[in-house]
Structures are given as structure tokens and as C-alpha cells.
Design a protein around this ligand. Structure first.
Ligand code: ATP
Ligand code: MG
Length: 558
């Protein structure tokens, strides 16, 4: 990928380089292991860029990154999520090749490992209720209490576990627990549950199983099965690491992966928990998982955020061991930075008022040249039709302007972008006194030339020819929450949903915008960056544009 550099470094990359240098592994194998119970979000992008990035950087030694669906919980997982995750990882720019795995393909292996633990006297079937198990776990200052079922014989445990598998227990009546240490200072090590009964249909294995492994037991086994060398996860798993290592130590595994933790991404003005994102969708606070205000990858994509800007953002924030909150303005900076270089410029008027060039003949029109992107002169210019009646932004005219107002006002001059200098001669108003028409005269022979002697013209405004322009629906998206930390809001995150996070306006746009395909992006000159909506826009019409981000950050002033 063009934007990936080889100079990236952080504590994880240092460990990986040292392991390779020491000959600990022949190559590096990482994985990105989403649970298919929701859509991927910008936090997942951090983990994707890390895992797939490391594989790309170490490609010379044969490194790779697996995409593994951690689908061991039949209750919340759906095929819709599996498909969306694949689409989003590919869109972000990463390839898993033939490294596509499903943890549910290892159910037999997990089961064999559990039987092996029982045989070694390291696991037992507990028939206490989940409440009893919870109540006897102890806490940070008190040790746990051993289960009355803890010292069953190996034979009895084998028999009972077989009965669990065969459907002989209703849910909640039996679990398999690792037999470790109820007095361990680490609560995670106090005989954690490793299997439970769930009479649910699984999206991949159907009704073949009615016992399912717990995450902490399954995850190290998945990693080992795939010969993962470095299993990178977020900091909250740090206290689970001793159990990860215990599973690897005590089960018949083909490899010994190493877990390393890093800080998860949190963003201001954003909720990242899948549960909360699901709630926003289910309760209709947004229009779906890909609503352009969502922090999901599909939402960001529909908003017009380039995948490259997300990769650049992930590179900029780096990888550390310290939990913190990143300012969403940093993401917006990366989006503007990329789009400023790449987006073609187009003209659109979002709050139109009519302007009439009274000295321009009724049936005349001409084409003027407007540069496509001053940041990229090689993209040249396009020809845009100009005529007697134009649309301009209402805010570009003031009847009674303050001193430093350099746009249109009675008696003042301004340049039409790419066109003539014009002079305002008067206005027409409607019954309520609102300006309905701005009357101007154009100064012939001023296209591409300096203002004539005695004419002060300090600004250029964008415009759309009324005769040639097209109507478009423009959706002005803003941040979804009005508070920097919605999770901490007194009334809950729903209470700080930003009421103005979507405004839809009817705009006039230059004809070139009718040629855009869904997902084509551009800058509306002087306004912001926009993308043709991937669901609702069609080349030729209807024309529907989403605002990705305004030209400037309007929040930092507040
Ligand atoms: P939940 O706990 O809400 O189900 P999760 O964040 O654990 O969500 P997974 O699908 O299990 O979701 O995540 C897949 C991978 O993405 C994990 O390795 C996880 O550590 C990583 N990940 C998830 N959220 C973030 C985040 N905010 N920042 C960095 N990595 C993340
Ligand atoms: Mg998870």
C-alpha cells in the first residue's frame, strides 16, 4: 500500500522484530479475530491496521494475517455480520488471501482439549447455579470458596461432560470448570468456567452442539491451532493472560502463541461499544449500521471518509500501553488532509438566491474554465456554462455589510469563480422584505484578468447557472453527539444525541455533478467535502450528496 512506510515502530513491532532476529519463529503470523455480533467500527480499524500492517511489513519472511471469525457464541451472531466484516476489511485495503478462518470449525478440537484437561484432573463438571458460582468466586481481598463438586473423580467428570454434550442437561444446570486455584490473587484463575450448555442453533454448525466453549478457553486454542505467533489484543485482557498461558501450557496444542496487549482506541464525541451501536440502530436513532453519522466502517465509508485517511489516522495515533481518549478532530484532520489533495473541486450552491446579470443577453451563454484542483495542476480545468441568471449562496450577499465584507453588496464588486467581475446594482425583495433577486452588471473582458483601474475586487464566489444547473439533495451531517464524552452523560448517551446532526437541503449544482457515480467524491468549493451517496445517488439523477466534513473545524471554536 502506498501509504504504509517501513519506518513504523512501537513496542509490539519491536518484540516481533526481536523474536524474528532470535530465530524464535520462522515468520510472524497475526490475526484479526472479530466476533460477528455487530459491524466493525473505527476502533476495530486500529486492530486491523496493526495486525494486517505487521504482516505486510514482514512479508519478506512470509508473514501473514488471518481473518478469523470468533464465532463461538451462537446467541448474538449472524451471517449478516460475517458478510459486512469481510466487506469492511477489504474496503479498508487489507487482504486475508486464503487466511479466512472460523473458530466454529474448531469445536471438535476445543472439546478434545476439554476432555484432555478432565483426564489430567484439571477440569470438573460443576452443577452449582451460575449465581452460586458467582457468589463463591470471592473478590480482590477475599479468596473464593471451592465448589462441592470440585473433587469428583476423572471417570465421573468424563461421564457428566459426555452427558452435557449429549443434551442431558438443561441450560444453567451444569458447566465445565478448569481446576486451578480458588485462592489465586487473580480472580480470573479461580476455576474459570470453560464450557456451558446452550440449546441454541449456531449460524455455522446448526444444532450439532449444545455445549459451547467460553471465550477465554477458546481463544488461545484458536490461536494455537492456526500457529499464530503473536496474539494482539486490547488491554482489558491483560489480567486474563495467565489463563491464556495456562490453557496453552496444559492442552495438547500444536504451537505456543504469545498474547500482547495494547490500548484500545476511544474517540471524543463517539460511542464505540457494539451494544450501544446496536441500540442506536435498533431504536431508530440512526438510519442503520451504515448511517453516515455512525463510527462503523460502513458508516464512515458512506459518509465519504477515504479508507486511506483511516489508515493514516491509525498510523498517526500509534500503538501504546496507555488507555486514553483521542480527539475526533484528529480523524477529521486526516480526512481533510487526504481529500484536500485528492478531491476534484466542483461548484454547488446549498442556500440559493437568484442573481441576474442585467447587461447579459437573455439567450446568450458561454463556457468558462474552472480549475479542477489547484493542489493538482495536472488535473487541468473543466468548462462550466455561464448565463444571465445564476444561483449564488445567500450568505455571499449583504445589503448592509460590515467593513471587512469583501463579497457582494450594493455598489461592490466580486468575481464569479472562473468568470467575470460583476458589480451589484440593486436588489428585488418579496412581500416580507426578503431579498429575492440580486441585480448585477458584468464587466466585459475581465475573465482571467486583473480588475480594471479603479475597481476593488477582493473575493471570488462560486455560482451555478440557473439554466444549466441541476437540483440535488444534500445531506449535511455533523457529529452524532453534542458532548465530548457521551458515555459519561448523566442521562445516558442517548440524552446527548446532537439534534442537528443531519440537515437535508435542496441545492443547485453544476452539471458535472450529474456525471458522478455513487461513491465519487469532490470538494464543493468553499463549503466542504462531499460524496455521492452509495445507496441513493444515481448518475444522471436522483443526485444525492453526503457531507463528509466541512472545510474547517467549526467545533474547535465552541
Ligand atoms: P465487544 O466486547 O463489544 O463484543 P470487541 O471490541 O471485543 O467488542 P471483537 O469483535 O471481539 O469486539 O473485536 C475484534 C478485535 O478488535 C479484538 O481483537 C479487539 O481487541 C479489537 N478491538 C475492538 N475494539 C477496539 C478498539 N476500540 N480499539 C482497538 N482495538 C479494538
Ligand atoms: Mg470481544
Amino acid at each position: 500500500m502506498s501509504d504504509s512506510s517501513t519506518s513504523k515502530t512501537d513496542f509490539i513491532r519491536e518484540i516481533i522484530a526481536a523474536d524474528l532476529a532470535a530465530g524464535k519463529h520462522e515468520t510472524t503470523i497475526t490475526r484479526f479475530p472479530p466476533e460477528p455480533n455487530g459491524y466493525l467500527h473505527i476502533g476495530h480499524a486500529k486492530a486491523i491496521c496493526l495486525n494486517f500492517g505487521i504482516a505486510l511489513e514482514n512479508a519478506a519472511s512470509g508473514a501473514r494475517c488471518h481473518l478469523r471469525f470468533d464465532d463461538t457464541n451462537p446467541e448474538k451472531e449472524e451471517v449478516e455480520y460475517v458478510e459486512s466484516i469481510k466487506e469492511d476489511v477489504a474496503w479498508l485495503g487489507f487482504q486475508w488471501g486464503d487466511g479466512l478462518y472460523y473458530a466454529s470449525d474448531y469445536f471438535e478440537f476445543f472439546h478434545d482439549c476439554a476432555v484432555d484437561l478432565i483426564r489430567k484432573g484439571l477440569a470438573y463438571v460443576d452443577e452449582q447455579s451460575s449465581e452460586e458460582i458467582k457468589a463463591t468466586r470471592g473478590n480482590l481481598v477475599q479468596p473464593g470458596v471451592e465448589s462441592p463438586y470440585r473433587n469428583r473423580s476423572v471417570e465421573e467428570n468424563l461421564e457428566l461432560f459426555a452427558k452435557m454434550r449429549a443434551g442431558g442437561f438443561p441450560e444453567g444446570k451444569a458447566v465445565l470448570r478448569a481446576k486451578i486455584d480458588m485462592a489465586s490473587p487473580n480472580v480470573v484463575m479461580r476455576d474459570p468456567v470453560i464450557y456451558r450448555v446452550l440449546h441454541s442453533t449456531h449460524h455455522n454448525t446448526g444444532d450439532a452442539w449444545c455445549i459451547y466453549p467460553m471465550y477465554d478457553f477458546a481463544h488461545p486454542l484458536e490461536d494455537a491451532k492456526e500457529h499464530i505467533t503473536h496474539s494482539l489484543c486490547t488491554l482489558e485482557f491483560e489480567i486474563h493472560r495467565p489463563f491464556y498461558d495456562w490453557v496453552i501450557e496444559n492442552c495438547p496444542v500444536p504451537a505456543k502463541p504469545r498474547q500482547i496487549e495494547f490500548a484500545r482506541l476511544n474517540l471524543t464525541y463517539t460511542v464505540m461499544s457494539k451494544r450501544k451501536l446496536l441500540q442506536l440502530v435498533k431504536e431508530g436513532h440512526v438510519a442503520g449500521w451504515d448511517d453516515p453519522r455512525m463510527p462503523t466502517l460502513s458508516g464512515l465509508r458512506r459518509r465519504g471518509v477515504p479508507a486511506a485517511a483511516i489508515r493514516n489516522f491509525c498510523e498517526r495515533i500509534g500503538i501504546t500501553k496507555f488507555n486514553g481518549v483521542t480527539d475526533v478532530a484528529l480523524l477529521e484532520f486526516e480526512i481533510r488532509d487526504w481529500l484536500n489533495r485528492e478531491a476534484p473541486r466542483r461548484m454547488a450552491v446549498l442556500d440559493p438566491v437568484k442573481l441576474v446579470l442585467t447587461n447579459y443577453e437573455e439567450d446568450r451563454s458561454e463556457e468558462v474554465e474552472v480549475p479542477n484542483n489547484p493542489e493538482k495542476p495536472e488535473t487541468g480545468a473543466r468548462r462550466v456554462a455561464l448565463s444571465r441568471e445564476l444561483w449564488i449562496e445567500r450568505e455571499d450577499f449583504m445589503e448592509d455589510p460590515p467593513k471587512k465584507f469583501f463579497r457582494l453588496f450594493p455598489g461592490g464588486h466580486v468575481r464569479l469563480r472562473g468568470g467575470y467581475i460583476i458589480r451589484c446594482t440593486g436588489v428585488e425583495k418579496d412581500a416580507e422584505g426578503r431579498v429575492e433577486k440580486i441585480l448585477c452588471e458584468y464587466l466585459p473582458d475581465t475573465i482571467g484578468k486583473d480588475a480594471p483601474e479603479g475597481v476593488v475586487c477582493k473575493a471570488a464566489i462560486h455560482w451555478v447557472s440557473a439554466r444549466h444547473g441541476r437540483k440535488a439533495a444534500v445531506r449535511l451531517y455533523d457529529r452524532l453527539f453534542s458532548e465530548p464524552n457521551p458515555d459519561a452523560a448523566e442521562g445516558g448517551f442517548l440524552s446527548v444525541i446532537h439534534s442537528d446532526s443531519l440537515k437535508e437541503v435542496e441545492a443547485w449544482v453544476e452539471p458535472a455533478l450529474a456525471e458522478m457515480e455513487p461513491e465519487d467524491f469532490c470538494q464543493f468549493e468553499r463549503i466542504g467535502y462531499f460524496v455521492a451517496d452509495r445507496r441513493d445517488h444515481r448518475k444522471g439523477g436522483p443526485l444525492v450528496f453526503n457531507r463528509t466534513v466541512a472545510l474547517r473545524d467549526s467545533w474547535s471554536k465552541k
